[in-house]
Write a protein that binds this ligand. Structure first.
Ligand SMILES: [Zn+2]
Length: 148
């Protein structure tokens, strides 16, 4: 269904190998469970709890890029679902602010080129109230619990 290839946005990315229908589970994030003290900041990691991270799995889930106008998102755990129909060859993206929530995360410049690009990828807690409300359905469960 997907393949890892060169991304115009950032290094490698994940692409649809064939058309993907809306709501299809595209992939499931996996990897070793780590605390913040155990992660390698230079290596891929995904925040999934207040002090809980997934380290690199070595699979495609390590290479899915961010977009402020993503075509995929979470909703029921670590399964990444298509938010709309995705065309063959289209890059799969999700909004990293739906997972990151570190008090001291300064953010990094966003290169997604979406019309609604926020310019900076930041922690969920640092988004505007309007953005938090808009993204809530696609955030990881721990964030929906924390920010009701
Ligand atoms: Zn952006």
């Amino acid at each position: 269904m997907i393949y890892v290839g060169a991304s115009g946005q950032h290094g490698r990315g994940v692409f649809a190998a064939r058309p993907i229908a809306a709501n299809t589970v595209i992939l499931v994030f996996e990897g070793p469970l780590l605390t913040r003290g155990e992660i390698d900041p230079e290596d891929y990691h995904l925040q999934i709890g207040a002090d809980l991270y997934l380290g690199p799995s070595g699979q495609a889930d390590d290479y899915v890029n961010h977009s402020c106008d993503p075509n995929a998102g979470f909703g029921d755990g670590l399964r990444l679902r298509a938010l709309r129909p995705i065309a063959a060859g289209e890059e799969i993206t999700w909004d990293y602010s739906c997972a990151i929530d570190e008090a001291d995360f300064a953010g990094f410049p966003c290169g997604c080129k979406a019309a609604n690009c926020r310019g900076l990828v930041r922690s969920f807690r640092h988004l505007s109230a309007a953005d938090r409300e808009r993204l809530r359905p696609w955030t990881l469960p721990y964030l929906r619990e924390r920010y009701r």
